[in-house]
Design a protein around this ligand. Structure first.
Ligand code: FAD
Length: 392
């Protein structure tokens, strides 16, 4: 069996790509390791940029997010010096975010792909990818009982996330990884209460960063910077709330809404770009091609934008015999990815500094405070922030 385009992974990248290919009449199939229930419940991102929303809506994939997403156009920074709000929706290009949990978007994309008659195989892990430098690349997929079978196609789209198999098949001399581990970790919490604050709130504190982000009317995401290597279970709920109150300065700015911690995970801030995002007949998109630290909430957005570029490339190659857009796939995506990386990296320095009492830690804390002050007071700086914060 097989299809013209074999897509590995049913995350935002693979599902957007699959839907756009079906709409363009390009034969494809998606294989996904996990069950449908699992991917439709996996809570991760939530902030969609306007360019992302445009891609989804223009391709008939925006019904759910238009009906249930909420518009966010303001973020707030808290520090020892006080609090200030940036209404980025009225700055720069005047774009806002649509907050729509990633698992809802994934569920919409799955439903639409199936409605369009797509072949989507859940519970089907891919263990091997090969023939990438030839004309007939293949995948080794596994049925639920473990039986392996081969799928052959003209192209493979590696949309299998950060730990996928596709990227590992790119030979070391064919693409260069660019990587930075920031040495900063966040404890990511999902709490079963309505957002306590009207806007995304970033708290800069010498004990470490803390953040508050809306998700749905009944679920809020909190981030709490923690020591790298922390076991997420090591914090009691009481200790978590005490630390959140302290860093968010609840005494000064108002209480948070306590509630059950539904999920907790430690995220190590890490950035990684593979150049090019392609090898032979294999094209990587989303987290499979690179990671971006979650400090500026760009990962899912970059995944959707790459999928759209890749869909155009496959469509031109299959329908018009024009391989040129596909050959330019990496070159088209990378400037956008680097711009997002630069901003996200800058934001890490805005939100974090080491706590130590040595001269370098003191230097970095003073830089962080000055960066925040610059953002608070300079209108030009605020416009540039807005362009980058919502842009992809
Ligand atoms: P994924 O969503 O990881 O999908 C890959 C899929 O491939 C998975 O379903 C996986 O099961 C499947 N797969 C893997 N290996 C195989 C295999 N061998 N065979 C078959 N299938 C396989 N981004 C934002 O834009 N904004 C945010 O606010 C944000 N917050 C985040 C918070 C957290 C806690 C985390 C972890 C991430 C966050 N991100 C955010 C990042 C965002 O979630 C990812 O960038 C996004 O999911 C990437 O989509 P993807 O389709 O490339 O990969």
């Amino acid at each position: 069996g097989g299809a013209t385009v074999l897509i590995v992974g049913a995350g935002p990248a693979g599902l957007v790509l699959g839907n756009l290919l079906l709409a363009a009449g390009v034969d494809c199939l998606i294989v996904e390791r996990s069950s449908r229930t699992h991917v439709e419940r996996r809570a991760r991102a939530g902030f969609l940029a306007e360019a992302t929303v445009r891609v989804l809506v223009d391709n008939g994939l925006g019904t759910g997010l238009l009906a249930r997403g909420t518009r966010h156009d303001t973020c707030v920074f808290r520090s020892e010096q006080g609090e200030f709000a940036l209404r980025y929706g009225a700055l720069g290009r005047e774009e806002a975010h649509t907050v729509y949990p990633q698992q809802h978007l994934v569920a919409d994309l799955v439903a639409e792909f199936l409605r369009r008659g797509g072949d989507l195989r859940f519970g089907t892990p891919v263990s091997e990818v090969g023939g990438l430098d030839g004309e007939r690349p293949w995948l080794l997929a596994h049925r639920e009982d473990g039986t392996p079978y081969r799928l052959t196609g003209r192209y493979v789209a590696g949309c299998d996330g950060r730990h996928g198999v596709c990227r590992r098949r790119v030979p070391a001399d064919a693409a260069r990884p660019h990587r930075r581990r920031h040495g900063v970790s966040w404890l990511a919490l999902l709490v079963g209460t309505p957002p306590a604050l009207p806007a995304v709130t970033y708290a800069v504190h010498d004990r470490g960063f803390a953040g508050h982000m809306a998700r749905t009317p009944s679920v809020t995401r909190y981030y709490l910077q923690c020591e790298p290597g922390t076991d997420p279970a090591s914090w009691s709920e009481a200790a978590l709330w005490e630390e959140l109150d302290l860093r968010m300065r609840a005494e000064r700015f108002g209480p948070l809404r306590r509630g059950p911690v539904l999920e907790r995970a430690v995220v190590d801030l890490e950035s990684d770009v593979l150049d090019p995002m392609q090898y032979g007949r294999l094209f990587l998109a989303g987290d499979a091609a690179g990671l971006i630290s979650p400090s500026a909430a760009k990962g899912a957005n970059l995944a959707v934008m790459a999928a759209e570029t890749l869909a155009r490339g496959f469509t031109a190659a299959v329908h018009e015999g024009d391989e040129e857009p596909l050959a330019r796939y990496s070159a088209t995506c990378l400037p956008r990815i680097w711009r997002a990386q630069e901003f996200s990296h800058w934001m890490i320095g805005l939100l974090h500094a080491p706590a130590g009492d040595d001269e370098e830690s003191r230097f970095l804390r003073a830089l962080r405070d000055s960066r925040l002050e610059n953002l608070r007071t300079s209108r030009a700086h605020q416009h540039a922030f807005a362009d980058n914060y919502v842009g992809v």
